[in-house]
Design a protein around this ligand. Structure first.
Ligand SMILES: Nc1ncnc2c1ncn2[C@@H]1O[C@H](COP(=O)(O)OP(=O)(O)O)[C@@H](O)[C@H]1O
Ligand SMILES: [Mg+2]
Length: 235
């Protein structure tokens, strides 16, 4: 489905990612975990075409997407919910979701996809006419995921979906993500807290200082005391 192969990414002449490789198979849930500043967002933004790797490549469903624009990448079926939500603040909740259905035509109608977004995030249905600026941080995070879902993606990328959320909202968003997983898209979730790694994770990648230092099943990382210390920042 998605394959990131040995990418190096520079921002303003400093190397942020070194030789990063990552794969997500069809229907697989992948969690990219690392401390703040480790390189999670940079990796995800490179997949989405906001940044270009100096070396290495990114392919999606067998197609090289390394040089494609973000818009083209979305149209191929990658839904992205950025860390800062990235919603249009002056548009309403409903308009934000609707716009996303215009990016790509799929077997599902626009109406079906909008309905599905509200089904997964029922709270948003009550705020249909509210502008982005009038939503709380948690609601913006939900809207951001709802929009990515309304694309009807084959791959969904969620950058720290639980960051900054109150514990009750974390539970709510986790439940929504579980509903999405049942629908079957591949999912990549980034996370800085090992305790937030969803139970349904198939493969976990640990990133530290721009390098992947571990990959495997979640229960395998649980055995790696050194890796756990690095994630917790106590190494
Ligand atoms: N626009 C930027 N300019 C300079 N440095 C940046 C920029 N964006 C990210 N970085 C640096 O790249 C590193 C990785 O950042 P990021 O990918 O955002 O980490 P994470 O998402 O894991 O917290 C950090 O050291 C950060 O300071
Ligand atoms: Mg980040």
């Amino acid at each position: 489905m998605l394959s990131v192969d040995s990418i190096d990414v520079f921002i303003k002449s400093s190397r942020i990612l070194r030789n990063v490789s990552l794969k997500a198979g069809k229907g697989e849930v992948v969690c990219l975990i690392g401390r703040n500043g480790a390189g999670k967002t940079t990796t995800l933004r490179t997949i989405m075409g906001y940044l270009r790797p100096e070396k290495g490549s990114v392919s999606f469903q067998g197609e090289d997407i390394t040089r494609k624009s973000t818009h083209e990448i979305s149209r191929l079926g990658i839904g992205y919910a950025p860390e800062d939500s990235g919603i249009f603040p002056d548009l309403t909740t409903h308009e934000n979701i609707e716009i996303s259905t215009w990016t790509k035509t799929t077997e599902k109608s626009e109406e079906e996809r909008i309905k599905l977004a509200y089904k997964v995030f029922p709270v948003l249905e009550g705020y249909k006419k509210r502008k982005g600026t009038q939503l709380s941080g948690g609601e913006r995070k939900m809207l951001s995921i709802a929009r990515a879902l309304a694309l009807d993606p084959e791959l969904l990328i969620l950058d720290e979906p639980f960051e900054g959320l109150a514990p009750t909202i974390v539970t709510e968003v986790a439940r929504s993500i579980q509903d999405i997983i049942k629908m079957g898209p591949s999912i990549i979730i980034s996370e800085s807290n090992i305790y937030h790694v969803p139970d349904f994770t198939d493969t976990l990648y640990v990133i530290e200082r721009g390098e992947i230092i571990f990959s495997g099943r979640p229960e395998e990382v649980a055995q790696e005391k050194g890796i756990l210390k690095i994630i917790a920042g106590t190494a």
